[in-house]
Design a binder for this molecule. Structure first.
Ligand code: SIN
Length: 328
């Protein structure tokens, strides 16, 4: 084949693969593409393309480009977006029981976390999301959250009087009030400017969000409290899924299963790599100090924050909390 024919054949293939897409899935999320969630979303898009031979195309809209916090779930309901990957707290008004995953110091470690999410408790929460007219797919990871501010937060008293940005969750609100701080709900897309302009003094984030959104540039101290967990539930628009052709459904589910494994693997590797980058930034800029807590210092934070549990025995269900705690 001549060079001309090879180019023509490749062009024809490309054009046919572009125009051959019969269905489009719009996937919206609010973080950077280079976070575990962002990479998981891109991986899912790639696998859907491969498994359906280009007949189904997933278009990923990162960084709140299409919909931000508070808009994503409405967009799914209206069928304007088809898949979203909101953090647990963003389900508060739809399924208040989902706030169980916001409870500080609920998860002992990642193994415990995954056993809870993939077991009876995680399924009970998914069932509630399904009952509200969404298709609940898989749980994805971000990481354990730590606190940043413009001062070290070695003990809970250090946070007293500070304003902290929170996601919309009553548990997170109570958690900060328990240490004498003032929580303020803000969408994720506004956190950088709120920290920069002093609208809030601090925030809680997993390392990936802290670093990829450059919060390290507008905070002087990162204290490794690891007091809570940020994770996601991938959800789909029910109206969209009902109309989606049955032939492609198993392939979409297969792509999601693979994307979940990939995303969780990336998230487990990402913490160490991101911490190395944050340490490098701290060293070269001299503008950030990272504080590691001793087990005794962490225990003081745990005692102060865990005091809020009884406030949520009714909303979340004491039984569900006990069940999650008992998971091995
Ligand atoms: C996200 O990771 O989706 C954003 C979490 C946040 O709002 O802090």
């Amino acid at each position: 084949m001549t060079k001309f024919l090879r180019v023509a054949a490749a062009t024809a293939l490309l054009v046919s693969s572009v125009i051959a897409a019969e269905y489009t899935i719009k996937l919206t999320h609010v973080v950077s593409p280079n976070t575990p969630k962002g990479m998981g979303a891109d991986f899912f898009a790639k696998r859907v393309g491969e498994l359906t031979a280009g007949k189904v195309e997933v278009i990923v809209f990162p960084n709140s480009q299409l919909y931000g916090d508070g808009e994503e779930m409405k967009a799914l309901k209206l069928g304007n977006a088809h898949i979203a990957i909101p953090s647990f707290s963003k389900f508060t008004s739809i399924v208040p029981e989902m706030q169980i995953f916001d409870l500080p110091f609920l998860f002992r470690d990642k193994t415990h976390l995954h056993h809870v999410l993939d077991g009876e408790v995680g399924q009970a929460i998914k069932d509630k999301v399904t009952a509200k007219g969404f298709v609940a797919l898989d749980y994805w990871d971000a990481g354990f959250k730590s606190l940043s501010a413009n001062k070290p937060l070695i003990k809970p008293d250090d946070a007293a009087g500070l304003k902290f940005r929170i996601m919309s969750s009553h548990v997170l609100e109570a958690q900060f009030k328990a240490v004498g701080a003032n929580p303020q709900v803000l969408p994720f897309s506004e956190v950088y400017s709120a920290l920069q302009q002093g609208v809030v003094d601090g925030a809680e984030n997993p390392l990936s969000n802290f670093y990829t959104k450059k919060f390290n540039e507008v905070q002087t101290d990162l204290t490794m409290t690891e007091h809570g967990y940020l994770g996601y539930l991938v959800v789909m628009s029910e109206s969209f899924w009902k109309k989606f052709p049955a032939t492609y459904k198993p392939l979409i589910i297969q792509a999601m299963k693979e994307a979940t494994e990939y995303e969780r693997k990336i998230a487990s590797e990402d913490d160490d790599a991101t911490m190395a980058k944050i340490k490098e930034y701290a060293k070269t800029s001299g503008k950030l100090t990272i504080h590691t807590l001793t087990p005794e210092q962490k225990a003081v934070w745990q005692k102060a924050m865990e005091s809020i549990y009884p406030q949520f025995y009714n909303t979340i269900g004491n039984g569900l909390i006990k069940k999650a705690q008992a998971v091995q």
